[in-house]
Design a protein around this ligand. Structure first.
Ligand code: ATP
Length: 802
C-alpha cells in the first residue's frame, strides 16, 4: 500500500526504484500484489476505488445543481434589493453577463470532463467591478446583514483577521497554512463551532507577529485570503486587487514553487464561488501534484514547435509523386534503410510502396531515433509503420550486446486496447519476421491462462511483445519475471494512443511506464488525437518529440471515398430499420460485408439474435463472448464476404477486416473519435465504402460533434411491410431474458452519456420506449444497489426489485 501511495505522490518513479519498492512490499508468494494483498483483495480494492469515483461524480452533479440554485437565489436577491439606479449598478457588477447567462455558462463548463481545469479568474456566481467590490462583498457575504466597516479597512492583515473572525459564522472547519502559503486542514480546530477564535488563529496562522513585515507578510495575507475563500466568503478578484502587489504577481509567475502557490490561490478562489459545494475543494486540497503540473497546458511555444514540425513533415510529403488523396507516399521500401530480410518479407507479401504514414514515420523515427506522436487516417498502414522500426530496433539491439543480458530481453513493447487487435498486430509482425531467425513476437492479452502465458513467454523467443494493458500489468505485478526482461526495452509503442491515454486506461499505462527504462524511444499512434491527448502524451514521450500528422491541418480524419450518411428516426423503429437497411444494401452489393455497431454487448446480442432469427448471415462479437468464440468469428469475418458482423466497440479500433462495404452505427457512439474509428472499418487501404449512422431525434445533439465531417442527412426509408412483419415475428420469438439484459445495458449506457444521464426522469421515459420497441410489456426491475449507483432510485418509471 505504501508503495502505491508513494507512486501516486511522486507521479513518476524510476523503473528501478519502483521495482525495488514492489519487490520489498510483495513479500509472500508469486501471486501476491503490492501491500501483501491477494488477487481478490487487490481486485476488490480497485472495485471499491471505482465505486468511490462514481459516487464522486454523482456528488459533483448534485453540487452543480445546488450551486445553480444558490446562484439563482443570489441573483434574485440582488434584483429585489436594488431598483432603478441600483439595479443598473448591480447589473454592472455582474459584468457583461446576466445571471442567467452566467449560470448557463457555468453549467456548460462544469459538466465537461476536466472542467475543474477550466476555472479562471472570471468564475464565481457574482462578479464585482474592482472599484465597488468591497461594499458589495460584505453585503453578499454576510447575507445582506454584514458590517461595512470591514470593507473599508481590510487591506491590512489585522483587518482581514477581523473579517475572518466576523465572517466565520458560517464556518465549521479550521485551516492552518504551511510556510509556503498552502492550506492544510487543521483537524485540531475542526470543532471550533460557530465562534471562530481569532486568538487561536493568531497562533495557527501566519498572522502571528513573527510573520509580520517583509515578504512573509504578503504570503500570510495571501494565506488568510485562502482561509476566507475556503469558507466561501468572497471571490478572488477583490483580493487580488487589494492584496496583491506587482511584486506578488511576478512572484507567482516566477519560480515553480510560487506557481504552485498561485494554483492553490486559484483553487480556493473558485471554491469561494460555490462555497462548500465546490467539488474541487475536496478533490484538490491535500493533493501534492495537480493535473496541471503533471500535464502542463500547451503554450504558444509548443504550438509554434508543432507548426514547424508539421511543416517539416509536409516538406517530406511534398516530395512524393502520388496524388493528394492517395494513401501512398510514392517512395519504395527499398529506398529506406530497413534490413534486407525484412524487405524480402515485404516483397513476398507483395508490398513495395510505403504509405504516407510509413514514409514519414520511418524517416523521423528510424533514422533520427526520435520519439513521435503520429496521426494518420484509419487503414493507412500504421501497424506496419511501427512494426518496421520495432524490428530494426531489435536487430540493432541484438547486434550490440549479445552477452550482456542475464534474462532474455524484450526490446520492443507494443500496447494496444483489445485482444483481437493484439493478435492482428502479432500476425503482421510474424509475417515481417518471416526470414529473421531467432526473433519472436508474442502477445500477452486477457482471456488466456496466466500460467500458460508465462510458460510461453519463457520457452519461445520474444523480443517483441504485444500486450493489452490489464494483462501486462497482471504479469508485472505478479513477478512473473517480465519486469526484469523489460529492463532492456529500447522501443515502447502505444497503438490507439488516444484511447489508452484516456482516463479508462491511463492509470494502468502510467503503472506500466513506471516499470520501463527511461532511456528508450517511444512512439504513439492513432487516427484521432484530441487536444487532451496532445497534453498527456508527455507522460510517455520526451519533450523534443516529433508530431507527425499525415492528415494535415484543416483536413478531416475520415476518407473522402467513404460516403457518410445519417438517418434520424424514432428509437422505436431502429430494430425495424436495421434489417431493412441491411436487405437494401445486400440487394445492390453482391460481395457485401457489413459491420453493425451497437452501443453495448447485450444490445449487440439482441440485435444478433433478431437478425439470426430473420435468417440473415450474421455473426456476433462482444466482450461477453468467450475468447475462443471471439477469435474464431474475427478470423472468419476477415477471410469471408457475404457476411454481417454485429459487434460492440471491441471491434471499433484497429481491426483490419478487408473489404467491408458498409458500417452501420446504431445509436450514438461514445464520442466523435469512436465514430471515426468505427467508420474506419470500411474504406481501408484507400478503397471506398459506406457509413450510416442511425440515431433517434433526441440524439441529434451529437451531430454537432461531427459537423466538420461530410455527413449527409437522408430521409427515413419507407419500411417494407413484409420486413416489418418479419421483424415483429422474430422479435416475439426472442427469449425475454435477452431483452431484459438489453434493456438494462441500454439504460446503463445512456445513463453514462452525459447529455442523457443528467435528466433521470427523461432517461427513464426513453428507456421505457426502448423497452416497448423490443417487445417487453413493462421495464424489468433493477437491483436496488444498481439503481442507487446509477442515481435512478426513486425515479418514476424505474422499477426496483423487492
Ligand atoms: N505499404 C503498404 N502497401 C500495401 N498494403 C499495406 C501497406 N501498409 C499496410 N498495408 C495494409 O493495409 C491494411 C491496413 O493497415 P493497418 O491495419 O495497419 O491500418 P491502420 O492505419 O493501423 O488502421 P487503424 O487506424 O484502423 O488501426 C493492412 O491490411 C496492411 O497489411
Amino acid at each position: 500500500m505504501y508503495s502505491l501511495i508513494l507512486r501516486e505522490r511522486s507521479g513518476s518513479l524510476t523503473g528501478s526504484l519502483w521495482n525495488r519498492i514492489v519487490t520489498r512490499n510483495m513479500g509472500g508468494g508469486p501471486r501476491t500484489f503490492p501491500g501483501g494483498l491477494n488477487k481478490w483483495q487487490w481486485k476488490r480494492m480497485h472495485e471499491k476505488k471505482a465505486r468511490e469515483k462514481e459516487n464522486k461524480l454523482l456528488d459533483q452533479e448534485k453540487q452543480l445543481y445546488e450551486a445553480r440554485i444558490r446562484t439563482e437565489i443570489r441573483a434574485k436577491m440582488w434584483g429585489n434589493q436594488d431598483s432603478g439606479e441600483k439595479t443598473a449598478k448591480s447589473k454592472q457588477s455582474h459584468g457583461p453577463m446576466s445571471p442567467k447567462e452566467h449560470i448557463k455558462t457555468l453549467a456548460d463548463r462544469f459538466i465537461k470532463a476536466g472542467a475543474e481545469d477550466l476555472w479562471n479568474e472570471d468564475d464565481g456566481p457574482i462578479k464585482k467591478s474592482e472599484e465597488e467590490g468591497s461594499s458589495r462583498l460584505s453585503r453578499r457575504d454576510n447575507g445582506g446583514t454584514g458590517s461595512n466597516s470591514i470593507d473599508s479597512n481590510f487591506n491590512s492583515p489585522i483587518d482581514v483577521r477581523k473579517f475572518v473572525s466576523m465572517g466565520s459564522n458560517s464556518s465549521r472547519r479550521g485551516f492552518s497554512s504551511t510556510s509556503r502559503g498552502r492550506f492544510k486542514r487543521n483537524e485540531s480546530s475542526c470543532d471550533e463551532g460557530d465562534d471562530f477564535d481569532a486568538k487561536k488563529l493568531d497562533t495557527l496562522s501566519p498572522f502571528s507577529p513573527k510573520f509580520a513585515g517583509t515578504k512573509e507578510k504578503v504570503k500570510s495575507s495571501r494565506s488568510v485570503e485562502g482561509v476566507i475563500r475556503n469558507k466561501g466568503l468572497f471571490g478572488r478578484r477583490k483580493f487580488r486587487k487589494n492584496d496583491s502587489s506587482t511584486e506578488e504577481d511576478s512572484d507567482e509567475e516566477g519560480e515553480e514553487g510560487k506557481m504552485i502557490g498561485w494554483m492553490d490561490l486559484r483553487k480556493t478562489g473558485s471554491s469561494a464561488s460555490l462555497g462548500n459545494h465546490d467539488v474541487k475543494l475536496t478533490k484538490r486540497v491535500n493533493r501534492n501534484v495537480t493535473d496541471e503540473e503533471l500535464y502542463p497546458p500547451l503554450d504558444i511555444n509548443t504550438v509554434r514547435e508543432d507548426l514547424s514540425k508539421r511543416r517539416s513533415v509536409d516538406n517530406v510529403m511534398e516530395e512524393n509523386r502520388e496524388p493528394h488523396d492517395s494513401i501512398y507516399s510514392g517512395k519504395r521500401f527499398d529506398e529506406s534503410s530497413i534490413s534486407p530480410l525484412t524487405l524480402k518479407a515485404l516483397s513476398a507479401s507483395g508490398i513495395f510502396n510505403m504509405t504516407r504514414v510509413q514514409y514519414a514515420t520511418l524517416s523521423e523515427c528510424l533514422d533520427a531515433g526520435k520519439d513521435a506522436l503520429v496521426k494518420a487516417k484509419t487503414g493507412t498502414g500504421k501497424s506496419m509503420a511501427f512494426l518496421l522500426p520495432a524490428i530494426e530496433t531489435v536487430l540493432k539491439a541484438m547486434n550490440n550486446g549479445k552477452s550482456v543480458h542475464k534474462v532474455p530481453p524484450i526490446f520492443a513493447l507494443i500496447l494496444c486496447p483489445t485482444r483481437e487487435l493484439a493478435s492482428q498486430i502479432a500476425a503482421e509482425g510474424k509475417a515481417l519476421l518471416k526470414y529473421h531467425d531467432g526473433i519472436g513476437v508474442q502477445t500477452l492479452t486477457g482471456g488466456t491462462r496466466f500460467k500458460l502465458d508465462q510458460q510461453r513467454l519463457e520457452s519461445e523467443p520474444c523480443q517483441i511483445l504485444i500486450a493489452t494493458p490489464g494483462r501486462l500489468l497482471d504479469h508485472i505485478e505478479n513477478k512473473s519475471g517480465l519486469t526484469s526482461r523489460l529492463m532492456a526495452l529500447k522501443l515502447f509503442i502505444v497503438d490507439e494512443a488516444d484511447l489508452l491515454l484516456d482516463l479508462g486506461f491511463r492509470r494502468d499505462v502510467e503503472k506500466i511506464i513506471d516499470c520501463l527504462p527511461r532511456q528508450r524511444q517511444s512512439l504513439l499512434f492513432s487516427a484521432t488525437i484530441p487536444k487532451e491527448v496532445r497534453r498527456v502524451s508527455q507522460l510517455v514521450l520526451k519533450r523534443d518529440h516529433s508530431y507527425i500528422d499525415t492528415i494535415g491541418l484543416g483536413c478531416v480524419e475520415t476518407h473522402d471515398k467513404v460516403k457518410q450518411s445519417v438517418i434520424v428516426a424514432p428509437h422505436e423503429s431502429h430494430f425495424h430499420l436495421v434489417p431493412h437497411l441491411l436487405k437494401e444494401h445486400i440487394s445492390y452489393t453482391s460481395d457485401y460485408k457489413i459491420i453493425v455497431f451497437c452501443s453495448t454487448g447485450m444490445v449487440t446480442s439482441l440485435m444478433y439474435t433478431l437478425l439470426r432469427e430473420m435468417k440473415l448471415n450474421v455473426r456476433e462479437i462482444h466482450a461477453r463472448k468467450a475468447q475462443l468464440h471471439r477469435t474464431r468469428v474475427s478470423d472468419e469475418f476477415k477471410e469471408s464476404n457475404r457476411l454481417i458482423l454485429v459487434t460492440s466497440d471491441v471491434s471499433a479500433r484497429g481491426m483490419n477486416y478487408p473489404d467491408v462495404t458498409l458500417v452501420i452505427q446504431v445509436g450514438i457512439p461514445s464520442d466523435r473519435e469512436q465514430y471515426i474509428h468505427r467508420l474506419g472499418r470500411t474504406g481501408r487501404e484507400g478503397k471506398g465504402g459506406e457509413g450510416l449512422l442511425l440515431i433517434a431525434p433526441w440524439e441529434r445533439y451529437f451531430l454537432d460533434e461531427l459537423r466538420d465531417l461530410p455527413l449527409e442527412r437522408i430521409p427515413v426509408p419507407d419500411l417494407d411491410s413484409r420486413v416489418k412483419h418479419q421483424v415483429d415475428q422474430s422479435m416475439a420469438k426472442i427469449d425475454t431474458s435477452i431483452k431484459e439484459a438489453a434493456y438494462h445495458a441500454w439504460l446503463g449506457y445512456y445513463n453514462s452519456v452525459r447529455e442523457t444521464g443528467r435528466d433521470k426522469t427523461t432517461l427513464a421515459e426513453l428507456a421505457n420506449r426502448f423497452c416497448h420497441s423490443i417487445g417487453l410489456e413493462k421495464p424489468p426491475a433493477l437491483f436496488r444497489r444498481t439503481a442507487v449507483k446509477m442515481g435512478l432510485k426513486g425515479i418514476t418509471g424505474i422499477p426496483i426489485r423487492k
